[in-house]
Design a protein around this ligand. Structure first.
Ligand code: EPZ
Length: 417
């Protein structure tokens, strides 16, 4: 499983380039199944989740080459329809292949993706939408077997702006007969990136980034070349690394609108941020101010994937802060681990945290329980004097290409053991 050893107490000072987005590339990798042609995808991050998706693509019969940055997928010979159970169990988001398989072959066969530490992670919105498009599912408990003679466009209103459901509908709709309209669609930048890739392949998708997405089905898709957007959560994580150490750092490959919610929160805490050419510069000094209320919401609200990192940061400020997690019913496994480092955080119910800032955290032996909670523990280790060990490095490696090397380029002392 591996562990990160963090020698904390240093003010960070340095520069880092942010890598490609996990949550943009995963649905785009699924989309390559739709084209039956070659897709060339640049800025594909070399993380555990993309390596898992490469295995799925090969399992489905695609030819895949990857050099750590550029991914080349040829789905001409893809004929598989059954998603490998091991992949579905390991990576919940592999359910994003369902829309592509239904769109290309009209069939999907997958184990039911389990929940995780964040919560139940149901897929009812995905399945309801597919049914509206003409898919008929067998009545089974632990598998998803769905068939459609020909997918038909539909008007789909999402009860909740689910990112995955929005993406799965887009994938199923691009080759369907007629027009599909999604209302109350998720607006995340990763949805816009998926639209960009699909249209580069010859699809007709409009409105991504707004709450209404319209997809006019086309007959065929073609070869495409595309560059993935930078990872806004990795960027936000490194912004917090600068803030939690009172550092002065710069980041490149950051799109300001993508990180606006995090930049606004940091500015309210007394951190200075400004743009210098293509770079985002962050300077943090002295004891940061607490935040009376930090609430996670669907984009353009404050992202749930930054909640754990900000919870760690708020644990080091003066005064009391409150955090409300609205996206997942159990995204708080990092709190017990932060408490081992001296953080004073009271969990009210399952989704509200009262954080009483401590002067400084202290080093400890802690364990990552999920991807972003694990990253938050590494950040807490940067603040604490002494050596902090963060076990279960594999969780963090799902979403960060090399968090140790990136933080070391900012002047930290972090190593993987
Ligand atoms: C995506 O997950 C991201 N993952 C998550 O990032 C992110 O936290 C989440 O969107 C919210 O922004 C990827 O893109 C691979 P949702 P997804 O469907 O699509 C409920 C990370 O750390 N829901 O928007 O699974 C669900 O239970 C990961 O990078 C239903 O009830 O998120 C949750 O409470 C973690 N029924 C809420 O909606 C459904 O059918 C948000 O889920 C689908 C979702």
């Amino acid at each position: 499983m591996g562990k990160y050893i963090v020698a904390g107490g240093k003010r960070l000072n340095g520069h880092v380039a942010v890598h490609g987005s996990k949550n943009a590339v995963l649905p785009i990798m699924a989309a390559t199944v739709l084209t039956g042609a070659q897709s060339v995808i640049h800025n594909c991050p070399d993380i555990a989740d993309t390596r898992c998706s490469i295995k799925i693509l090969r399992h489905l019969g695609c030819d895949v080459d990857y050099d750590g940055y550029t991914l080349v997928v040829n789905s001409a010979n893809a004929d598989g329809i059954a998603l490998p159970e091991e992949a579905v169990n390991k990576m919940r988001s592999s359910i994003i292949f369902a829309g592509a398989l239904l769109g290309r072959f009209g069939v999907v066969d997958s184990a039911y993706p389990g929940g995780c530490l964040l919560g139940g992670r149901p897929i009812d919105l995905h399945l309801q939408a597919f049914c509206q498009m003409g898919v008929v599912f067998e009545d089974a408990l632990d598998v998803i077997i769905g068939k459609a003679d020909k997918l038909a466009g539909a008007r789909i209103n999402l009860a909740f702006p689910s990112v995955g459901a929005t993406q799965n509908i887009m994938l199923a709709a691009v080759l369907a007969c007629g027009t599909t309209t999604i209302t109350n669609a998720a607006k995340e930048p990763e949805i816009v990136d998926l639209q960009g890739f699909l249209n580069a392949c010859g699809a007709d998708v409009r409105g991504a980034g707004t709450g209404i997405i319209v997809i006019n089905g086309v007959k065929t898709l073609m070869p495409a070349e595309y560059t993935i957007m930078p990872d806004r959560i990795v960027a936000g994580t490194y912004m917090v690394a600068g803030a939690i150490t009172g550092g002065h750092i710069s980041l490149s490959n950051v799109r300001p609108p993508d990180v606006y919610p995090m930049a606004k929160a940091l500015s309210n805490m007394g951190v200075d941020l400004w743009g210098e050419g293509e770079m985002l510069v962050l300077k943090s000094g002295g004891r940061l101010k607490s935040l009376p209320r930090l609430v996670t919401k669907p984009y353009p609200g404050f992202p749930t994937d930054m909640q754990a990192q900000f919870t760690a940061l708020l644990a080091t400020t003066s005064g009391q802060s409150a955090v409300e997690e609205n996206l997942f019913e159990a995204r708080h496994a990092h709190i017990a681990e932060l408490a081992k480092m001296g953080a004073n955080i009271e969990l009210v119910g399952d989704s509200r945290f009262i954080i009483n800032g401590a002067a400084r955290l202290h080093s400890a032996d802690v364990t990552a329980k999920d991807l972003r909670g694990g990253a938050a523990l590494v950040l807490a280790g940067l603040n604490a004097c002494g050596e902090t060990t963060v076990h279960n490095a594999c969780y963090i490696q799902r979403g960060y290409v090399d968090i140790a090397a990136d933080l070391c380029s900012l002047g930290a002392d972090v190593r993987l053991a």
